[in-house]
Design a protein around this ligand. Structure first.
Ligand SMILES: O=C(CO)[C@H](O)[C@H](O)COP(=O)(O)O
Length: 151
């Protein structure tokens, strides 16, 4: 997959994330502190990574900041993006399964290297649920992208 990755800080775990994604065979599009000419402000680089998902330049994104909150908030402002802040593998699995999340948000502070592997394993193994109620929920969120709350 083509995966946009952003981080506002050049932290070891962010570098490990990029390396791990490449090892898994993904094409990485770095943003923010992960590229020499990147704008490292979390609001800017998270949005840039998320926009690549929305416009189809990337299939998914991983956005990072120290807490993970700013990155997830900024990414979720982009229509078409469903960003999930995941602090464990169960949450990452649920985000893919129940939320059809297309952007993974990570806290640089909380994500250790072993936890990063667990979260990525769960994220990439997870498939969106085909359950009707789950699909309805995701469709409802998609409506919000267009300022609507009902069909
Ligand atoms: O977690 C974050 C935002 O949610 C940032 O990473 C945190 O605020 C640090 O940013 P700065 O170094 O610019 O103060």
């Amino acid at each position: 997959m083509r995966i946009s990755v952003s981080s506002d800080m050049d932290e070891p775990v962010a570098r490990s994330l990029v390396a791990a994604l490449r090892e898994r065979g993904h094409e990485v599009h770095p943003h923010g502190a992960l590229r020499p000419d990147g704008d490292p402000q979390w609001a800017v680089c998270s949005e840039a990574a998320a926009r690549e998902v929305a416009d189809g330049t990337a299939d998914q994104a991983v956005v990072c900041c120290w807490t993970g909150t700013g990155a997830s908030i900024a990414a979720n402002k982009v229509p078409g993006v469903r960003a999930a802040l995941c602090t464990d593998a169960y949450t990452a699995d649920g985000a893919r399964r129940w939320n059809d999340a297309n952007v993974l948000a990570l806290s640089l502070r909380l994500t250790s290297e072993p936890l990063l592997t667990e979260i990525l394993d769960a994220w990439f193994a997870g498939e969106p649920s085909a359950d009707a109620e789950d699909r309805q929920n995701v469709d409802r969120v998609r409506l919000l992208d267009h300022g609507k709350t009902r069909m």
